[in-house]
Ligand binder design. Structure first.
Ligand code: SF4
Ligand code: SF4
Length: 308
C-alpha cells in the first residue's frame, strides 16, 4: 500500500502514503517536554461535524461559532469554501488551549484527533467512492515520536475517536473530491453556489431555517416525518445538507421536487436571464450611439477626423 511521494521542502509531512495497518511510534501525554507545543501554532481546518460538536459544546449557534471562532478560507484554489480555527488575538495559539491541555478535549476537531497522522482522501474521476490513505506529520518540536509506543494507524484512529468523525464527514469529503476531480471543465463555482455550499456545510442553524422556510417547502417535497426528524437532529440535517448539495450542484437528484414549483422557478430564471441580456444589449447600443455622436462632433469641429 505504501507508495513513494515527492517531498515538499520545509513540509513536516513525511512524503509517504501508508495504509491503516502501518505501525507508527508515537505517544502524547501530560508531562511530556513539548506539552501544548502543537496547540501553540495552529492551522486547523474544520469539518461540518467538527462545527456541530463545537457549537453544541459551547452552547451557541453555528452562526455565532463561525463568527467568533473561525476564519473562512478557500480550499486549494478550487473555489471550495473551507473554515479554519481563528487563533487567539495577535497570536498563533488555539483559543481552547489551557495550561492543563485542551479545554474542549471530548469535542476536539478531527485534525487534532488525527495528529500526528494526516488523512488523505482521493477519488478518481470514474469512481464514486473515495479511497483513504494516511501520511505521518513529523515536526521537530513534537517529542511524541521519541516515546517507544508502537501502534497501528487503525488502532490510533480508534483510540482517538476518529472513526465517528470520519464517517460523519464522508459526504462532505465526497463533495470536495467531486468538485476537484471535475476539474476546470466545470469551471469556478458561482458566488451563489459557494454561499450555498458554505451555509449548508458549516452554518447548520441557518440551513435549518432554510429547510424550514416556506420557499424550501414549496420546491422540495419532503415527507412530514422526515422533515420533523431533520428539524430535531443536527447530525441528520447535516447528512441531508450533503444530499441537497449533491442535487443542486451536481444534479444527483435524491430529494423529490414539486414539479410545478420547479417549472415556475426555471421559467423565472429564464425570464431573468432574458432581462439581463436585453439590458446588456440596450447598454451596448447606447454606448455605440455615444461613440458615433462624439465622432460626428469631431468631424464638424476639427475638420481633421479620419472617419470617412
Ligand atoms: S482544539 Fe484542543 S487539541 Fe485542538 S488545537 Fe485547540 S487546544 Fe489543541
Ligand atoms: S507530543 Fe506532540 S502532540 Fe503531544 S503535546 Fe507534544 S507536540 Fe503536542
Amino acid at each position: 500500500m505504501s507508495k513513494p511521494e515527492v517531498a515538499i521542502p520545509g513540509s513536516p509531512v513525511v512524503p509517504k502514503m501508508v495504509g491503516p495497518e502501518h505501525v507508527i511510534q508515537f505517544s502524547c501525554h501530560k508531562g511530556i517536554g513539548c506539552w501544548n507545543a502543537c496547540c501553540s501554532n495552529i492551522d486547523i481546518s474544520l469539518t461540518p461535524y467538527d462545527i456541530i460538536r463545537m457549537k453544541k459544546r459551547l452552547g451557541i449557534s453555528s452562526t455565532e461559532f463561525l463568527r467568533e471562532y473561525t476564519v473562512p478560507h478557500e480550499m486549494e484554489k478550487d473555489g471550495i469554501a473551507g473554515v479554519k480555527f481563528r487563533p487567539v488575538d495577535n497570536g498563533t495559539a488555539c483559543r481552547f488551549m489551557k495550561a492543563e491541555g485542551c479545554s474542549v478535549y471530548e469535542d476536539r476537531p478531527t485534525a487534532c484527533r488525527y495528529y500526528p497522522v494526516a488523512l488523505l482522501s482521493m477519488r478518481k474521476q470514474d469512481e464514486y467512492t473515495d479511497t483513504e490513505s494516511y501520511a505521518l506529520v513529523k515536526e521537530d518540536h513534537c517529542k511524541g515520536h521519541e516515546v517507544a509506543r508502537r501502534v497501528t494507524i487503525a488502532d490510533y484512529r480508534k483510540e482517538q475517536g476518529v472513526e465517528e468523525y470520519d464517517e460523519l464527514a464522508r459526504g462532505w469529503r465526497q463533495l470536495i473530491l467531486k468538485k476537484k476531480s471535475a476539474g476546470p471543465a466545470i469551471g469556478a463555482p458561482s458566488l451563489k453556489s459557494r454561499q450555498l455550499f458554505f451555509m449548508a456545510c458549516y452554518d447548520i442553524d441557518t440551513f435549518h431555517d432554510f429547510v424550514e422556510s416556506e420557499a424550501f417547502g414549496k420546491l422540495f417535497k419532503l415527507p412530514a416525518e422526515e422533515k420533523a426528524m431533520l428539524m430535531a437532529d443536527d447530525v441528520e440535517l447535516m447528512q441531508f445538507a450533503f444530499r441537497f448539495l449533491k442535487q443542486v450542484l451536481f444534479g444527483e437528484n435524491t430529494i423529490a421536487l414539486d414539479e410545478a414549483a420547479a417549472k415556475e422557478r426555471v421559467e423565472k430564471w429564464r425570464a431573468r436571464q432574458m432581462q439581463i441580456e436585453r439590458e446588456a444589449a440596450e447598454r451596448l447600443a447606447k454606448l455605440e450611439e455615444g461613440m458615433y455622436e462624439d465622432t460626428d462632433e469631431c468631424v464638424e469641429n476639427e475638420g481633421s477626423c479620419s472617419r470617412d
